[in-house]
Design a binder for this molecule. Structure first.
Ligand code: TEU
Ligand code: CA
Length: 559
């Protein structure tokens, strides 16, 4: 397999608004990130993906950009950003920019021009359609609730917004739009960034016939089949690769929800000249509800394991995996896939990390995950800030689809703000995140869960992550070894081996709160070295009884 630095890396995602506030205004900022670079260095990660920091009215916390060449003033200045790059690079840490080019803010100059008149030079930068029978051009719903079309009285036409009405979709059919995007990307590459995480990049090419979508029991039609992995997507990405990516040594990861194995091989196939890897979402996608993510069921372990194994096996040798259990759009991984009850929180957080970091692919750590931060579990709507959570609460309760009580429960389990509460640095005022009042409430468990405490405890989740990350640098088998699943049908255990020439790893994880019995494969019995264990196990005889959420990794070198 071809060696690449981005295969050997561990990426840490920063949600800047909630990472560290340096000036007491309650909003995280660039000087705050700089202040914490040594913390990240100590953790051992070598790439940062930072959620958008460009000029924005913050309708969707920066995923609505109004100027691609300016830093959002509450986060700092261009000088601050340049200093961040320099300070990170000094520490051997690379930085990925979050590239949001499916849409801009409605306050972007292009859109301000575009909406002025039908013959404005920027008109075709966006997607405008005439009303049909006095209504929306088709039945599509937006990802955040409500219709995907907004009427604009100025020219009596509708514009498309797959996300909020303040996020109009760019028209990628227009060559000028594509050139503007590539110029902007080159501008940032010249500045010295090390790559891009590409926001909803799978949605930039739309089926030009704009037909109605299936209703699937919801209030609006599904745009999915016409906008996701659309007709020209691979052509556009190959063009972007020629115009920008191929000119620099940059890493790219595309956000491609709904991606299949076959489609992923097109986006990230080694010989395709598109992207290095994509985020697939099958393991965090929603089963069991007619209304997408708004479900309250616990995840199904067997299904989860099946999906994880499938991606390992089927991308092998063809495209590279990205590995994640959480991000700024998902609930906290320990609350969702582990167990955030104090009795099991630490053990299960370490178990999840073990399972993920030993697989083949590039692991992503979402800020606070390395501390075992949990869901916010807000009980009142007024504590929520997320546009999606607030809009759906109103939409579904007003339409009588769900009761307010049920919707509040969904938000507690699935809402995006669960992962957006401030980083818990210390056990003092506002968890050490700000000296003022944070833009969103701090999780009330910050006295027990915070970085300061964990840095002083050699057995903390932080130090466990540090060890996993270090092991990856020491043992090539963790990066390049072939994956093979064991105990496929077991309903508590997730176990697999990795093999690279003479080296072999065995990873064993108990995903349940009950003990689980297993047999260690012959070749690992007694002869192997234990690389890491979350419960201090010393005995690796033939038969082992795994404790709740226990995990360990055995290693042997056959030479
Ligand atoms: O998310 C895109 C996406 O596919 C959504 O389905 C996402 O999962 C959403 O949170 C639904 O619950 C990206 C960003 O990660 C997200 O933060 C932005 O809000 C969105 O694009 C629009 O830019
Ligand atoms: Ca600030």
């Amino acid at each position: 397999m071809k060696k690449n630095w981005w295969k050997e890396s561990v990426v840490y995602q920063i949600y800047p608004r909630s990472f560290k506030d340096s000036n007491g205004d309650g909003i995280g900022d660039i000087p705050g990130i700089i202040e914490k670079l040594d913390y990240l260095k100590e953790l051992g990660v070598n790439v940062l993906w930072i959620s958008p920091m460009l000029e924005s009215p913050q309708d969707d916390n920066g995923y609505d950009i109004s100027d691609y060449r300016r830093i959002y003033n509450e986060y700092g200045t261009m000088e601050d950003y340049e200093k961040l790059l320099e300070e990170a690079h000094k520490r051997g840490i690379k930085i990925l920019m979050d590239l949001v080019v499916n849409h801009t803010s409605d306050e972007h100059n292009w859109f301000i021009e575009s909406r002025k008149s039908k013959d404005n030079p920027y008109r075709d930068y966006y997607i405008w359609r005439n009303p049909v029978n006095g209504k929306e051009p088709n039945n599509w719903g937006s990802v955040f609730g409500g219709p995907a079309w907004e009427y604009d009285p100025q020219t009596e036409m509708y514009y498309l917004h797959l996300f909020s009405r303040k996020q109009p979709d760019l028209n990628w059919e227009n060559e000028k739009v594509r050139q503007e995007v590539y110029d902007m990307m080159n501008f940032w590459c010249e500045k010295g960034i090390d790559g891009f995480r590409m926001d909803v990049i799978s949605m930039i090419s739309k089926d030009q016939s704009y037909p109605d979508g299936e209703m699937n029991g919801g209030l609006y039609g599904d745009f999915g089949p016409y906008c996701v992995h659309g007709p020209r997507i691979h052509e556009f990405l190959q063009e972007m690769n020629r115009e920008v990516l191929s000119r620099y040594d940059v890493m790219t990861v595309g956000e491609t929800s709904g991606v299949t194995i076959e489609e992923a091989q097109k986006y990230a196939g080694e010989d395709r000249n598109e992207l290095n890897m994509v985020f697939q979402f099958e393991h965090v996608e929603d089963q069991g509800s007619d209304h997408g993510k708004w479900a309250t069921e616990k995840y199904d372990f067997r299904e989860f394991k099946k999906v994880m194994i499938k991606w390992q096996e089927e991308l092998a040798g063809k495209a590279w995996n990205s590995l994640f259990l959480g991000n700024h759009d998902q609930p906290r991984s320990v609350s969702r896939f582990g167990n955030d009850n104090p009795a099991y929180r630490e053990t299960s957080a370490k178990m999840l990390a073990t399972c993920l970091h030993m697989m083949q692919g590039t692991p992503y750590v979402y800020q606070g995950e390395e501390l075992g931060m949990t869901n916010a579990y807000f009980t009142e709507l007024k504590d929520y800030r997320d546009i999606e959570s607030i809009q759906y609460f109103h939409e579904y309760t007003e339409a009588g689809i769900y009761t307010p009580e049920y919707m509040m429960k969904c938000l507690m389990l699935r809402g995006r703000d669960n992962a957006r509460t401030p980083m818990q640095w210390e056990d003092s005022h506002q968890a050490g995140f700000t000296e003022g009042t944070p833009w969103i409430r701090v999780n009330s468990n910050y006295k027990e869960i915070n970085a300061k405490q964990q840095l002083s405890d050699p057995d903390s989740i932080f130090h466990y992550y540090q060890k996993l990350i270090r092991l990856r640098k020491e043992k090539p088998v963790i990066v390049y070894g072939t994956f093979e699943a064991l105990y496929r049908d077991h309903d508590q255990i997730f176990a697999y081996t990795r093999t690279l020439e003479g080296e072999k790893l065995l990873t064993v994880c108990n995903f349940s709160e009950h003990v689980a019995e297993m047999e260690i494969p012959e070749e690992f019995q007694k002869k192997a070295e234990c690389l890491i264990t979350n419960l201090g196990r010393k005995d690796f005889g033939k038969k082992v009884i795994l404790k709740p959420y226990e995990a360990f990794v055995l290693y042997r070198n056959q030479e």
